[in-house]
Design a binder for this molecule. Structure first.
Ligand SMILES: Cc1cc2nc3c(=O)[nH]c(=O)nc-3n(C[C@H](O)[C@H](O)[C@H](O)COP(=O)(O)O)c2cc1C
Length: 317
């Protein structure tokens, strides 16, 4: 299923090892001003190049096909120029542990040219740029809290952790926190379209996400009610703390919506791992070839913001 949303909808297309990736949006008012420069900041935040990210660099220039006034669609496409045709061939014989190769082959009979790829998050970021404009003054901001278990604000320790993983041919995960401010009371449609359900649906569509927790999250299970409950301090429903993460009964309560996500360590690693060679019918110690992020969590904050903004845009429209 490559489509999300009811009123503000996004449909992603292309693949990492195909000519392009992109997204078609529906429900964007024709009056919303949009220029290519609007996309630059978030695209740059997601881009690779920094330590711990893939050496595959793409221009990531958006081509915008604006047909909002005629058929209601807005399509944003990004060319893939820096991909290598052979990069995926091996994975049909030897599926990577922790990646989607085995299930893709079992379900579709092919790796779909890299459909199961972080590259597909570029069109998500593009959709998010449009969604963020639509939901203003509601704001969505995500930031890294941890990389490989190290506090992200400790730059030297993070650098050391990345260097060690690079040296060992291994990979790291990370935790990202997202805070949404200016959220009105009343968004979310329980039961099945509760605010947490919709956000989780969108967040788990990002490849490599292992967990989502709202407000106090898993820690709530170890608290008493008197500690976890948020005292209401005024007629607008503001609370003295925000253990609920801004949501009660699946409906936003007017406080910031706050959640954290866990991004797993990148599955493609140079360190040899045991896996099954389907061509030879034997177990092998496999070193994954190709260019990969050591810690893709470093690139995830703008993607989290994007899918979150899309959920809010869908509800607000
Ligand atoms: C921005 C981003 C970049 C990623 N880069 C890589 C990568 O370079 N190599 C890799 O093996 N996985 C990478 N991943 C993770 C895989 O896409 C993901 O693990 C895979 O599609 C299987 O999905 P799952 O982990 O949700 O089961 C990346 C994910 C994101 C969000």
């Amino acid at each position: 299923m490559d489509r999300f949303g009811h009123h503000f909808t996004l449909e992603i297309f292309g693949a990492s090892h195909a000519p392009n990736v992109g997204v078609t949006l529906r429900g964007v008012p024709a009056s919303l001003p949009l220029v290519p420069d609007d996309f630059i900041a978030d695209i740059l935040r997601r881009k690779s190049g920094a330590k711990g990210t893939t050496p595959r660099i793409e221009a990531d220039l958006p081509e915008i096909d604006d047909r909002r006034a005629s058929d209601g669609t807005l399509t944003i496409t990004f060319a893939n120029r820096n991909y290598r045709d052979g990069d995926y061939r091996d994975f049909t014989a030897i599926p990577r542990p922790g990646h989607a190769d085995f299930v893709a082959l079992a379900k579709y009979g092919s790796l779909r040219n890299g459909w199961f790829s972080g590259r597909m998050t570029l069109p998500l970021v593009a959709a998010g740029v449009v969604a963020k404009k639509l939901i203003a003054p509601l704001r969505v901001e995500a930031r890294l809290l941890e990389v490989g278990g190290v506090d992200f604000s400790d730059t030297a320790a993070v650098e050391q952790r990345l260097d060690a993983a690079i040296r060992e041919g291994d990979s790291l995960g990370g935790i990202i926190e997202c805070c949404c401010t200016g959220v009105p009371v009343g968004l979310g449609e329980p039961f099945f379209d509760s605010m947490e359900s919709l956000l989780s649906h969108a967040l788990f569509s990002i490849p490599g996400i292992r967990g989502v927790e709202f407000g106090d999250g898993f820690a709530a299970a170890r608290m008493t009610g008197s500690r976890h409950n948020d005292p209401i301090i005024d007629a607008a429903g503001h609370t003295a703390r925000n253990g609920a993460g801004g949501i009660n009964g699946g409906i936003t309560n007017g406080n910031p919506v706050v959640f954290r996500i866990a991004a797993k360590p990148t599955p493609s690693i140079r360190k040899p791992q045991r896996t099954f060679d389907f061509a030879q019918g034997t177990l092998v110690d496999y070193t994954v070839p190709g260019r990969h992020d050591v810690c893709f969590a470093l690139r995830v904050p703008p993607v989290v913001e994007a899918v979150t903004a899309c959920v809010f845009a869908d509800l607000l429209l």
